[in-house]
Design a protein around this ligand. Structure first.
Ligand code: SF4
Length: 334
């Protein structure tokens, strides 16, 4: 599935809110406000470089696309028009706030060839949304989803954050379940990264915000990743993208440059553990076959799974087969 192929960041401009966790400039790594001419330049260059443009979208990210001043939003959409359809890019992807979606906005987006809309839900628990000063409610998310789906022409994405201020592991599960029940086509799951110059940063420094431990968040995200696959929801992002800016300005939270790999590895570890458990105690050796593309996931990031089982006295051996369609086959456990 095509997503965010030509990314243009629209940082914070005109955003009427100041969410407790947000310092958009740090996240996007840019202070520049793109203008129509910039969009044209980026698209023209990408059109030359991308092999299958018809599968790619021009993506305006930043989280509040439909909340920026209307003239500016139209300038950006207008400048992308020469680059969509007719053997060029498939369409336009935007990310925005759920409370800045209505019929008028959706008609504009449809007219300008927007193909995908991502909504920042962040939490599906009102108490957590309020504590993090999101400025919208769970009902706003549900209403926006319903309206977007009624158009029948947009791919729908939902974004959630894990580990927000005042959010318990039960709240995270509630958020995931409510998001999954809305049946988005895609989700992005962002474990919280606490940045300088944010309210969350101040709460963290004062000791008022005490994030849960890293392992709990990896476990929760592994649950969500596993459930998403069962429900046929495409997890297009898990963890903030690796960035030097974020790394240098973060105060804490759940950043890891390969967060998704940690969760993919945890998922395999759980599966192997379950299989091994079926063979009673005193197991010394476990061998599994996995698809070739999954071998590093099966061993876990930096071979953590091999080490985990070694500490339990079990030697883990994994072989691969490029034609295997199952996640794994148990070869030998003894
Ligand atoms: S709505 Fe988005 S851009 Fe605006 S403050 Fe919140 S997270 Fe940042």
């Amino acid at each position: 599935m095509a997503h965010s192929n030509i990314s243009i960041f629209v940082p914070h401009i005109g955003c009427p809110h100041m969410c407790a966790f947000c310092n958009q400039r740090t996240i996007t790594g840019t202070e520049e406000i793109p203008r129509g001419g910039d969009v044209k330049r980026v698209c023209a260059k990408a059109l030359q470089e991308i092999k299958k443009p018809a599968e790619a979208e021009i993506a305006f990210f930043g989280g509040s696309f439909t909340a920026v001043p209307r003239e500016y939003m139209l300038e950006l959409l207008e400048s992308a028009q020469d680059f969509i359809g007719d053997g060029k890019f498939k369409g336009i992807r935007i990310s925005t706030r759920p409370d800045y979606i209505d019929d008028e906005v959706l008609k504009i987006l449809k007219t300008y060839g927007v193909t995908s809309i991502e909504l920042g839900a962040q939490s599906m628990v009102d108490r957590v949304l309020e504590a993090n000063e999101r400025g919208h409610t769970v009902l706003d998310v549900a209403n926006a989803v319903k309206l977007i789906k009624s158009y029948g022409c947009f791919e729908l994405g939902l974004q959630m954050m894990v580990g927000l201020y005042k959010s318990t592991p039960d709240d995270e599960k509630t958020t995931w379940n409510r998001i999954a029940e809305l049946s988005p086509d895609t989700v992005r799951i962002y474990p919280v990264v606490i940045l300088e110059d944010t309210k969350l940063g101040d709460l963290f420094k004062s000791g008022e915000y005490k994030p849960v431990d890293f392992e709990t968040v990896v476990d929760l995200c592994t649950d969500f990743l596993t459930d998403a696959e069962k429900r046929n929801i495409n997890v297009i992002k898990l963890g903030l993208h690796a960035s030097e800016v974020v790394e240098s300005q973060m105060l804490g939270g759940f950043y890891h440059p390969a967060f998704r790999e940690l969760c993919e590895g945890r998922r395999y570890r759980r599966e192997f553990e379950k299989e091994i458990g079926k063979h009673g105690s005193n197991i010394k050796y476990a061998e599994f076959l996995v698809p070739e593309r999954n071998i590093s996931k099966a061993y876990g990031q930096k071979k953590r799974n091999a080490e985990y089982f070694r500490n339990l006295g079990i030697r883990l051996k994994i072989s691969s087969d490029k034609n295997l369609t199952e996640r794994y086959i148990t070869v030998n456990i003894r």
